[in-house]
Write a protein that binds this ligand. Structure first.
Ligand code: GLA
Length: 432
């Protein structure tokens, strides 16, 4: 069945991010790795559930699989601990310590192990008095905790925002950023500052970008399509505020990839992967890599999608059109290329066709462009020009992902792109 006809004449183009990124040389491309929270949560019962509890074994096994099963090769690098790793008490010197029963070797040994596999280790703490799970918070201990993480050779800190007076959030996140910097160790800094500030006021993304390597804006992801949809809807409705803040060194974080778990159909998994690539989101999987189906694995390791996510220019994409129960999202790529995701939001019936046609004046295909379909299957759709038309078929709650490469009559002349907001609804046009 064919759905709407759509004249593609839009593109979210923005100048490179104006604000300076946190100057630690990290996260020049969106972070890739694995993070325990969504799949393993606060399971501390190692007696009854030794394979799935939060323990050093879990991260060692994940690291082993990441190397053996091609994850590391695909770019997934950080093995990250979330909440519930510490002991409920600090040690006699006031330092955080790992739960001795679940982490008998301690975090330093675990970091050594993860490093021996050529991977990096992430840890979790909280800007306030307690973590969200009720473990010791870092308020009053920023320098001490940053030094502890550096002494353990940790490579990433996820810093949560529970149990904190919201008016002190900014100060807290900035002070921890300084404390990490002062240790002299390169520690990627993942924040939740805007998520906890939004209920009270619009966050200052310039300050956030100068402080953090990525930042959560919205609710925790769950293993469900409704959760993924709510994250996309929030992102789209705030894109003019948040997307310009993204770029090399600092990224909006729409939370973990839940691909390979229980709640998403394969089409929905493809949608999450495609849209996280378009959003230039950190790709932090939360799943069980020891037990994952081949299709999910293939999707998470898809080199073409990862390349869109990791594009060196670091533009975050935009929702540029909503039409006939389709959403079109576009991300500007290097070499004047463009990634386009077409999400079929109609959750009844079967696959629907979507017409893609270059509008007059849409110079990426004038005189010609090359179109490649990446999802749902890899397909070269060939050379197009302003008069040709492509129909792509998209399943309900699935996404077609394409790249468009201009074929310039004079390849030495770089395109001069700029964007215009020509109407109240976003409408982007490429002009030359
Ligand atoms: C918050 C965060 C989650 C996770 C939990 C842990 O909800 O947003 O990502 O870290 O805390 O308790």
């Amino acid at each position: 069945m064919l759905g709407g006809v759509f004249l593609l004449s839009l593109l979210g183009l923005l100048p490179p991010p104006a604000a300076d990124a946190l100057d630690n040389g990290l996260a020049l491309q969106p972070t890739m790795g694995w993070l325990h929270w969504e799949r393993f949560m606060c399971n501390t019962d190692c007696d009854r559930d030794p394979d799935n509890c939060i323990s050093e074994r879990l991260y060692m096994q994940m690291a082993d699989v990441m190397v053996k099963e091609g994850w590391k090769e695909a770019g997934y690098e950080y093995v990250c601990i979330d909440d519930c790793w510490p002991s409920h008490q600090r040690d006699a010197q006031g330092r955080l310590q790992a739960d001795p029963k679940r982490f008998p070797g301690g975090i330093k040994k675990l970091a050594d192990y993860v490093h021996s596999k050529g991977l990096k280790l992430g840890i979790y703490a909280d800007v306030g008095t307690k973590t969200c799970g009720g473990y010791p918070g870092s308020l009053g201990y920023y320098e001490a905790d940053a030094q502890t993480f550096a002494d353990w050779d940790v490579d990433l800190l996820k810093f949560d925002g529970c149990y904190m007076d919201w008016t002190l959030l900014g100060e807290g996140y900035i002070n921890m950023s300084k404390a990490l910097n002062k240790t002299g160790r390169s520690i990627l800094y993942s924040c939740e500052w805007p998520l906890y500030e939004w209920p009270h006021q619009q966050p200052n993304y310039k300050a956030i970008r100068e402080t953090c390597n990525h930042w959560r804006n919205f609710d925790d992801v769950y293993d469900s399509w409704s959760s993924v949809k709510s994250i996309l809807a929030w992102t789209a409705s705030h894109q003019d505020i948040i997307a310009p803040a993204a770029g090399p060194g600092g990224w909006n974080d729409p939370d973990m990839l839940v691909i390979g778990n229980f709640g998403l159909s394969h089409d929905q998994q493809e949608s999450q992967m495609a849209l996280w690539a378009i959003m230039a989101a950190p790709l932090l999987m939360s799943n069980d890599l020891r037990d994952i189906c081949p299709r999910s694995k293939g999707l998470l390791q898809n080199r073409h999608i990862i390349a869109i996510n990791q594009d060196p220019l670091g533009y975050q994409g935009y929702l540029t059109a909503k039409m006939d129960s389709f959403e079109v999202w576009e991300k500007r790529l290097s070499a004047n290329r463009l990634a386009v995701a077409v999400l079929n939001t109609q959750e009844i019936g079967g696959a629907r066709g979507f017409f893609l046609r270059a509008a007059p004046g849409w110079k990426i295909c004038d005189p010609q462009c090359n179109v490649t379909q990446i999802l749902p299957q890899y397909k070269e759709l060939g050379v197009q020009n302003p008069h040709t038309k492509i129909v792509i078929s998209v399943n309900p709650s699935g996404t077609a992902l394409l790249t468009i490469t201009p074929i310039s009559s004079d390849s030495n002349t770089p395109y001069k792109l700029h964007w215009q907001d020509t109407s109240v609804k976003r409408k982007h046009t490429i002009t030359f």
